[in-house]
Design a protein around this ligand. Structure first.
Ligand SMILES: Cc1cc2nc3c(=O)[nH]c(=O)nc-3n(C[C@H](O)[C@H](O)[C@H](O)COP(=O)(O)OP(=O)(O)OC[C@H]3O[C@@H](n4cnc5c(N)ncnc54)[C@H](O)[C@@H]3O)c2cc1C
Length: 389
């Protein structure tokens, strides 16, 4: 098995771990207020992490997909909401960077794409621009095709109209990178809509069960002008991602792997009696619960890490099925270990402010996230290998 932890990755994960206690100290307030973690983003920017997946020659940290996964896991160990929103930002950087490099496009398109992404990267490195990915519309089950949001070509660009639901970073992003369609063209278009453009409304309340700091409200676009050079992938490339670089859709799961780890950290401290609490580790029942949690987490992490060792363009069917399996496992193991942890840590772990009580709620959210929600992915896995003919 490939050792994922190269010296560079170890160093970057260590840098994120060093920020961890500061981020963790804010997690309760972020959750309680259902407020975006602006201070965490200032710290992430300061430490260079907003530019994690931007090439070094463009001022970034030059991380690839698998490095991002390890960083995301570490960040979620300290605050799930911050990690999940950091995913939306960083997944766009991967999409226009490492992933776009692997997709087919014409020579002229590639030169133009390079010019456009250089401008995006400059914005992140120099101005701390934050990117969001509102794709969901609540209508297409797969959410990888057939979007209702329309882009009408006009002089110099497009006029975008439509509605996105669950738009994480709705109030914080500088660019809402939306999926949309141009009438008469069946290719998905990927446009960076500037958050300060006229015609954008943030709609609705945000008072969810968990992942409250993501502030994922609805976004309405009413005839919003987007410049032609704000189309962040050449037409047709987003469609290629679904078939040729499907790992893009598993990026969310790394946050839930990190939450599992956070739950283990909490439980270990509770059983050892760290911080003055009563020591409980000498009960065989507690040790049994702790062992169950460790097994579940080790299984989930091992499967994800195996996938990280084979990530790339054009996976084989087996590799794709493994990526689905790793995603389902991470999304379902997170609430499983959080639930066992409540049993093991006892009733006092349910009293707010309790980090475990927050993690228990955050952990449950992963399974619902499309396009690789647990139900959609189980549905695909349930047919894979049986109906190939
Ligand atoms: C905290 C949080 C943050 C989010 N942030 C973002 C974001 O930044 N950007 C974004 O684009 N989206 C985001 N989402 C949205 C998310 O990806 C889903 O689109 C949303 O949760 C789906 O809502 P729904 O359950 O009403 O979907 P529905 O489409 O109504 O699905 C209902 C259920 O049926 C299942 N289902 C649907 N179709 C099938 C099928 N064919 N086979 C089997 N099962 C199926 C789904 O898995 C789901 O469990 C976020 C969601 C959450 C909870």
């Amino acid at each position: 098995m490939i050792d994922l932890m190269t010296p560079r990755r170890r160093e970057l994960v260590g840098r994120m771990a060093a920020l961890g206690p500061t981020i963790a100290a804010r997690a309760d307030q972020v959750d309680r207020d259902a407020a975006f973690p602006y201070e965490n983003y200032a710290d992430l920017r300061e430490a260079g992490f907003l530019a994690l997946c931007i090439p070094e020659e463009h001022g970034g940290l030059g991380a690839d997909f698998s490095t991002y996964a390890l960083i995301s896991e570490e960040l979620a160990r300290h605050c799930g909401s911050t990690a999940l929103t950091f995913n939306m930002h960083t997944a766009t950087m991967l999409l226009i960077g490492q992933i776009a490099d692997d997709l087919s496009m014409g020579d002229e398109e590639r030169v133009e794409h390079d010019r456009r992404r250089t401008a995006v990267w400059r914005g992140v490195v120099e101005d701390g621009t934050i990117h969001a990915q509102p794709f969901s519309e609540g209508r297409a089950p797969g959410e990888t095709a057939g979007f209702a949001t329309q882009a009408v070509p006009v002089d110099g660009g497009f006029r975008v109209s439509g509605r996105k639901i669950f738009a994480s970073l709705s109030e914080a992003a500088d660019s809402h990178n939306v999926t949309c369609m141009v009438e008469g063209d069946d290719r998905v278009r990927f446009l960076g809509v500037p958050a300060d453009a006229e015609g954008i409304t943030i709609q609705g309340d945000w008072d969810p069960l968990g992942m409250r700091g993501t502030v994922s409200k609805n976004l309405l676009f009413d005839n919003v002008f987007v410049r032609a050079d704000q189309e962040l992938l050449p037409p047709g490339c987003f469609d290629q991602v679904a078939t040729r670089w499907p790992y893009f859709y598993m990026t969310l799961s790394f946050s839930y792997l990190g939450i599992q780890r956070a739950v283990l950290d909490y439980t270990a401290a509770a059983l050892r009696g760290d911080g003055g609490a009563t020591e409980r580790r000498d009960h065989p029942q507690k040790q049994n619960g702790w062992a169950e949690m460790r097994l579940a987490w080790e299984r989930s992490q091992a499967l994800t890490y195996r996938v990280l060792g084979e990530v790339g363009v054009d996976p084989t069917e087996d590799q794709l099925h493994r990526a689905w399996s790793a995603t389902v496992t991470a999304m379902e193991t997170a609430p499983e270990v959080a639930s066992t942890a409540v049993r093991v840590c006892g009733g006092r772990s349910l009293l707010r402010p309790s980090a475990l009580e927050r993690m228990y709620r955050d952990a449950r959210c992963g399974a619902t996230m499309l396009p690789w929600s647990v139900e959609v992915t189980l549905d695909r896995l349930g047919r894979a290998g049986l109906y190939d003919d």
